[in-house]
Design a protein around this ligand. Structure first.
Ligand code: NAD
Length: 275
């Protein structure tokens, strides 16, 4: 299927559906990413802290897929925030990936207690100017963190990658992002399997009506809300299932029923508490 692209505020675009590799074993990553590329994924979301950038890079190199057809994101870990430490960490990520540029580089967490994300963002602006990352964005930034970046720097982040699934929809951050043309990337789109999202009647009824699986319904809900998503799976049959979401459409009542599941059920720590 042809994956739609989302236009970013910097003129670039990103495939709306990708493949995430959080908790993918570094020893298995090359094989698993190769399988994802085989299924058809062209957007891979990794991070330095996942420890598997090298495996992602090997899978890309072996695939023979032209670089311009791929969209690769990686992220700066918290202890590398600053200025020179950002440039060094970025160089090491590129080396591990075996690439001369990434498509998107993200500040992984704001870590407000360290008070370095504004300085870090200025370093990100320089990286973008160098062309070695095409776009720059943030992750786990809430409205106060975004407001500070907008007030104190020149560049509006292209994306904010936040925990977002039917139980935790972050309406305040999502509304702020929409107002400032910051695209929302939904991490943990299936709730990381920590909630019975795939067993709820709001999800299973829609799955039955369309002859699809509950996971496909939840991914479809994200896509119709405009989110960028990259569900993770180690299993080729699930990778294929999660990619096969363009042959049906949820109607307004089905969308509303899933949106109605919101209950501030986060799977991770509050971003202000992560250091
Ligand atoms: P996810 O919501 O994608 O859940 C993944 C889990 O859901 C799998 O391990 C599997 O158990 C289950 N699953 C997947 N496909 C399924 C299917 N078809 N049917 C039934 N169960 C299925 O959670 P995630 O991996 O944490 O999030 C996706 C990506 O988001 C990550 O891989 C990573 O790239 C990114 N992420 C970013 C941050 C951040 O702080 N920026 C944090 C977590 C994840």
């Amino acid at each position: 299927p042809l994956v739609p692209r989302v236009q970013l505020n910097d003129g670039n675009s990103i495939p709306q559906l990708g493949f995430g590799v959080f908790k993918v074993d570094p020893k298995q990553t090359e094989r698993i990413v190769a399988e994802a590329l085989e299924v058809g994924y062209r957007h891979i979301d990794t991070a330095r802290i996942y420890g598997n950038e090298a495996g992602v890079g090997r899978a890309i190199a072996e695939s023979g897929i032209p670089r311009e057809q791929l969209f690769v994101t990686t992220k700066l870990w918290n202890d590398d925030q600053g200025t020179q430490s950002v440039f060094d960490a970025f160089d090491r990520s590129l080396e591990r990936l075996g690439l001369d540029h990434v498509d998107l580089y993200l500040i992984h967490w704001p870590t407000p207690a360290n008070d370095r994300y504004v300085e870090t963002w200025r370093a990100f602006e320089q990286l973008r100017a160098s062309g070695r990352t095409r776009s720059i964005g943030v992750s786990n930034f809430l409205v106060p963190h975004l407001e500070r970046l907008l007030a104190e720097t020149e560049t509006v982040p292209a994306v904010d990658q936040i925990e977002l699934h039917p139980y935790h929809q972050q309406p305040a951050t999502a509304a702020f992002a929409e107002e400032h043309r910051i695209a929302i990337e939904a991490w943990g789109p299936l709730g990381q399997g920590k909630y019975p999202l795939l067993e709820l009647p709001e999800v299973t009824d829609a799955a039955g009506a369309h002859g699809v699986t509950p996971a496909q319904v939840v991914i479809r809900w994200h896509l119709q809300r405009g989110h960028i998503v990259f569900p993770k799976s180690n299993r080729p049959e699930r990778m294929a299932e999660n990619f096969d979401v363009f042959g049906f459409e949820l109607d307004e009542a089905e969308m509303d029923a899933i949106t109605g599941l919101e209950r501030e059920g986060r799977v991770s720590s509050h971003p202000d508490a992560v250091n």
